[in-house]
Design a protein around this ligand. Structure first.
Ligand code: NAD
Length: 317
């Protein structure tokens, strides 16, 4: 029988894309999600690929009994579920900690009990904080500047400790601003690419925080999916953390210009206050993941933006 992968947050943006790849590679997936920011439509996409290899466990990471029950028979865990967004964590640090830190500890303890082969954990570039060193290398001392970043880093430490202390294999992937199809523009905490694209399609002004010169190593979803697959199956990487990115950065003004060229007209812009807890620039060194896992980004920024725009345009029609 095919290996069973537990995907926490599999109803969300990244988790559902990772689940799709596992199905394409012949695996079985169990989605663990509370549907707080995920969507049932994303599960339907998976069922269309092969409903017999998809099952859904509706549960909350904060409930250890539910996590343990979902772990039965699992070979690999892709731990994507979390309360994403720096801003959300500034508004409500207790919830971010409970889901992102306690929730990850529950996953690790249950994975240990169940004898899971490897847990791949979705960490974040936010752990580096606002240190001026660019590009960010994994050996830099992390310096979080938001509750979200603290929670992602604390969970990463738990991963490493579970590998060292109990032999549970873990791999932490520090994603740098992921974008692509199925990333929702709907919540107040939505990410900038779908937010700008939706505003452009609705004829609304693009709301730019600060002067728009803040820049990010924007990473198309296919590259992140590839890193996850390599994270499950590469040798000699247990207990390590890796940047997942493209190794270049783009600022918000550039994104606004690119979306204007995709819609074929000038777009009105409105500058509003900078977000609390946000860092100014991110840019990754991807040397470590290239050399230890053979990762190579396959879809660049401009092509990724084009694909994302097309997918969002279709979904809003
Ligand atoms: N999107 C990015 O740019 C980015 C960057 C760095 C790190 N990450 C990390 O990647 C992961 C996935 O992010 P995403 O963009 O797909 O977000 P998302 O909000 O689309 O997906 C998160 C999923 O987790 C589920 N979830 C939330 N709380 C839960 C709980 N208590 N119990 C069970 N399920 C719960 C949600 O319903 C949702 O389906 C997160 O861990 C996030 O911190 C994302």
């Amino acid at each position: 029988m095919a290996e069973l992968y537990l995907i926490t947050g599999g109803a969300g943006f990244i988790g559902s894309n990772v689940a799709e790849e596992i199905l394409r590679q012949g695996g079985r997936v169990r989605i663990f999600d509370d549907f707080s920011t995920g969507f049932r439509e994303n599960i339907e996409v998976l069922r269309k690929i092969d409903g017999d290899r998809v099952d859904v466990f509706e549960g909350d990471l904060r409930n250890f009994d539910q996590v343990r029950a979902a772990m039965q028979g699992v070979s690999y865990v892709s731990h994507q579920a979390a309360l994403r967004s720096v801003e959300r964590s500034v508004d409500d640090p207790l919830s971010s900690n409970a889901v992102n830190v306690d929730g990850t500890l529950h996953i690790l303890a249950a994975a240990r009990e169940a004898g899971v082969r490897r847990v791949v954990y979705a960490s974040s570039s936010s752990v580096y904080g606002d240190s001026p060193d660019l590009p960010k290398q994994e050996k830099l001392t992390p310096s979080p500047v938001s509750p979200y970043a603290v929670s992602k880093l604390a969970a990463e430490h738990y991963c490493r400790v579970f590998t060292k202390l109990y032999g549970v294999e873990t791999v932490s992937l520090r994603y740098f601003n992921v974008f692509g199809p199925r990333q929702s523009p709907k919540s107040q905490y939505a990410a900038v690419v779908p937010l700008f694209m939706r505003a452009a399609l609705n004829g609304e002004p693009l709301e730019i925080h600060g002067d728009g010169k803040q820049s990010r190593d924007f990473t198309y979803i296919d590259n992140v999916v590839q890193a996850n697959w390599r994270g499950f199956h590469s040798d000699g990487v247990a207990g390590e953390a890796f940047n997942v990115a493209c190794g270049e950065r783009h600022d918000l003004l550039e994104i606004a210009d690119m979306i204007a060229s995709l819609v074929g007209r000038d777009l009105p812009r409105r500058h509003i206050d900078r977000r609390r807890g946000d860092v100014m620039h991110t840019e990754a060194s991807i040397d470590k993941i290239q050399s230890m896992m053979g990762y190579e980004p396959t879809v660049g920024f401009a092509e990724g933006m084009r694909r994302t725009f097309e997918a969002l345009r279709k979904s809003l029609n």
